[in-house]
Ligand binder design. Structure first.
Ligand SMILES: Nc1ncnc2c1ncn2[C@@H]1O[C@H](COP(=O)(O)OP(=O)(O)OP(=O)(O)O)[C@@H](O)[C@H]1O
Length: 776
């Protein structure tokens, strides 16, 4: 082995000093280094290169930035997954030295070859020639050795720079990955960890922390309940991906080691996971969420929903996706029609019911039951089932035996003896379709095992903990006014307004549009395309307003929904939870406002009782705005009434009349001349009236909404409302800060007092103690 030249040694020493300095700095950052301690305690640790010999490795394991570790070293080999993680750098360095060594060997080899190629000299001349040749060889050897040395020296300089760069990279990466150490305990595949870090999910949510080990590592079935927006999709999604990845690895290993067929361990082109959700929107959302992970691991996730064109559906199914997310209606339609990919269920490893209670509630029990009956038994197969799976390509007994069932929802009530019932198998025979039992029945029929993990993280109130609830007491006919008040005074952030009936939805969306409030609507009678467009429009507008029925209550995950308004109360406490759960999702907060008329009070009281609520806040209102609100609303209602009457009349005209009118043909009219003149005059008067109302309303809408006592010059004592006072305080604080930073000469921004500045949650919080708590 070539001994390093003095400058090289100096360089190396310098390098080692600088690295060990850095190392020490890193050490100082953490008093306690559990990863290092753990490695120290391992029996193979002594065989590892020591810190002086291999700085790269020791820096990686010893870095305080990796406290708790990203993934423990004995569990993974990052290079297997093509991950650019710190440990991989060690190999790069080794590779460099290998290259150097190879080059050196080439040189020695080369001089040996040179010597061998030399022709045999003639006697006499031989000695002289030999001496010459030896000299020449010596010279060329020296030359080459010098070249190597130079190359080596420059390589050392480059190496040292590279090492420093690498060093910095390790630290950056270690820092970046260290942020995700909380996921370590879940022992997820590195490729999944890569997606998690890409999405910036710093730690698993409680439902993920509890369900993933049971589902992914113990192979258990899971019934999971946790508040809205708590990350349930990944609680069942990650175990699915984990298992598919593990199987793939096993297949690759078996193929390499024993030459065994890969399909036996990781079946290809067959359905592996079937996820059922109650609505089309939810299906598409779950699909998108899972795709974020699937794209890194080459797993196909496809949605199957009603309203999708047959061609598109066919195209999607032709790709033979491993994971299908769908609604029960369309899935059953295709399955009962014998769709090939959907009836080849022999390798199905996961059956998931998301928002399970809603599916049963929405009358999907029969379709679900039929789908479940098509699933092969988890152990053994009945005659009926073998018929359904007669087209099997690869029947993996491994997958069949191990099918896991996951049932998830935010509101899931199970009977106390559910597990016992599962053990006895007493649910199988029941035909009950009532909400509560049907979930238990479906779970068991789907093959839920008695040792299933039941994870219920809902607290007594079930509502998201970052949700602030409030209500406004008003007359039924004043609900529109208060809704308009909320949307115009507190128009910040996205708002969803929930109605129970489509008629109410149509009414308020029409009034709000006349009042110049831009709203999107969403209800079950809309075409699928229009529904998706409405969601997209809402998603695209930071301050968007969506007026929706309970079709949007479950699962819709739209970031930045700050407020949920219950214009009408829902029929059940569960739906109230799901509606309110459209805000305050993941770690963000939000507020809900229920509009309660005298007719609603009994229902509202029992709702609060069922969530064990002792008090609920009044939403703070500034009554000084109400006269202006009422004025605008009265005009809007009149305009709405006339417009509705007109459209009703138009709709009532027969098809013949309308067609004739459009062709300018005269249709026989049996009205007398007098009647016709009268009708014409009425129509004209109504149209003039409509124009006048519209003009008056436009005049009002052209100015900002103002409190009655608002003075253009300065607010009088009576006009200083909570809201305005709060805004003055904020303004004063802001000016103070600005003056500090920019001095007195800064130009001030014009602020409209009392307008659109405070979102409902802020108004609710700043009202603080002034709000009366109402006890039921
Ligand atoms: N570990 C995590 N850290 C941060 N955000 C997360 C995490 N897991 C999921 N999320 C995000 O939280 C949001 C809510 O997740 P998800 O839709 O799965 O909630 P959910 O419990 O199913 O809600 P719902 O009951 O309303 O359907 C999503 O935007 C998701 O991307």
């Amino acid at each position: 082995m070539a001994t390093p030249s003095p400058p090289q040694r100096q360089q190396e020493e310098k390098q080692s000093v600088s690295l060990s300095k850095k190392k020490n700095q890193n050490r100082k950052r953490t008093k306690h280094d559990p990863e290092l301690e753990r490695l120290d305690s391992l029996p193979w640790n002594s065989s590892l290169p020591n810190e002086e010999e291999d700085d790269t490795f020791s820096l990686f394991i010893g870095s305080g930035d990796l406290d708790g570790g990203f993934l423990s070293l004995e569990e993974i080999d990052e290079s297997d997954y093509g991950l650019d993680v710190p440990g991989a750098k060690k190999k790069i360095s080794n590779k460099n030295s290998k290259l150097k060594k190879q080059k050196l060997e080439e040189v020695t080899e080369g001089s040996r070859e040179d010597a061998e190629d030399e022709p045999e000299p003639a006697e006499g001349m031989a000695e002289e020639k030999n001496v010459k040749a030896k000299k020449k060889k010596k010279k060329s050897k020296k030359k080459k050795a010098k070249a190597v040395q130079q190359e080596d020296e420059s390589a050392t300089v480059i190496d040292s720079k590279d090492d420093e760069k690498e060093q910095m990279l390790y630290e950056d990466e270690a820092e970046a990955y260290a942020e995700f150490y909380a996921w370590n305990e879940l022992r997820l595949h590195p490729l999944l960890m890569k997606s998690i870090s890409r999405l910036g999910f710093k730690e698993p949510t409680p439902i993920q922390r509890t369900c993933i080990p049971a589902a992914a590592h113990q192979g258990k079935d899971v019934i999971g309940a946790a508040e809205t927006g708590s990350g349930k999709t990944l609680a069942f999604g990650l175990p699915i991906f984990q298992r598919l990845l593990e199987e793939r690895e096993k297949a690759a290993n078996m193929l390499e080691e024993k030459g065994e067929e890969a399909g036996k361990y990781a079946p290809k082109g067959v359905l592996r996971a079937l996820i059922i959700t109650p609505t089309r929107e939810l299906t598409l959302q779950v699909t998108d969420h899972l795709k974020e992970f699937a794209k890194d691991i080459n797993v196909r996730v496809v949605p199957i929903v009603g309203g999708m064109s047959a061609e598109k559906q066919e195209r999607l199914l032709k790709t033979r996706p491993e994971v299908i997310v769908g609604t029960p209606g369309r899935l059953w339609e295709l399955m009962s029609g014998g769709e090939k990919h959907l009836v080849e269920l022999h390798s199905l490893s996961f059956f998931v019911l998301d928002e399970a209670d809603r599916m049963v509630e929405a009358g999907h029990f029969r379709e679900l039951q039929s789908i479940i009956e098509m699933l092969p038994m988890t152990s053994g197969t009945t005659d009926g089932q073998s018929q359904n799976t007669q087209n099997c390509v690869t029947v993996s007994s491994l997958s069949r035996k191990k099918r896991q069932t996951f049932v998830f929802s935010a509101t899931l009530a199970l009977s106390a003896d559910f597990r016992k019932k599962l053990k006895r198998g007493s649910l199988k025979s029941k035909q009950s379709t009532d909400g509560l039992n049907s979930i238990e029945i479906l779970s068991e029929r789907a093959g839920m095992k008695p040792n299933a993990a039941i994870v219920d993280l809902t607290n007594a109130s079930i509502l998201a903990k970052n949700l602030e609830e409030s209500f406004i007491e008003c007359r039924e006919e004043d609900k529109d006014a208060y809704l308009y008040y909320i949307l115009s005074i507190h128009g910040e952030g996205r708002t969803i307004v929930f109605c129970t009936s489509i008629a109410a939805l149509r009414h308020i969306s029409s009034i709000l549009r006349i009042l110049g409030v831009n709203v999107s609507t969403l209800h079950a009678q809309m075409q699928q395309r229009a529904r998706l467009k409405a969601i997209d429009r809402f998603r695209a507008n930071e301050h968007g307003i969506l007026v929706a029925t309970d079709v949007a209550a479950r699962g819709l995950d739209i970031p930045g929904v700050r407020t949920v308004v219950h214009y009408q109360l829902p029929h059940s406490a569960e739906v109230y939870v799901h509606r309110s759960g459209r805000t305050a999702r993941a770690s963000s907060d939000g507020c809900s406002i229920a509009l309660i008329s005298p007719n609603d009070s009994a229902k509202f009281a029992s709702l609060c009782k069922s969530f064990a609520k002792e008090s609920i806040k009044h939403f703070p209102l500034e009554s000084s705005y109400m006269p202006e609100v009422m004025k605008r609303l009265s005009l809007a209602r009149q305009i709405d009434k006339i417009s509705r009457k007109d459209s009703q009349e138009r709709a009532n005209k027969s098809w013949l009349e309308r067609s004739a009118e459009s062709l300018e043909l005269v249709v026989e009219n049996y009205d007398s001349e007098e009647e016709r003149v009268k009708k014409f005059k009425q129509k004209k008067a109504s149209s003039n009236h409509l124009k006048k109302l519209q003009q008056e309303l436009n005049g009002l809408l052209s100015r900002p909404l103002r409190p009655k006592t608002f003075s253009h010059r300065y607010p009088t004592a009576a006009g200083v409302t909570h809201l305005i006072q709060h805004q003055f305080e904020e303004l004063a604080k802001q000016n103070g800060d600005d003056n500090l930073v920019l001095g007195e000469n800064k130009r001030r921004k014009m602020v409209v007092i009392g307008q659109d500045c405070v979102e409902p949650l802020q108004a609710l919080r700043s009202a603080g103690h002034e709000v009366v708590n109402l006890m039921f």
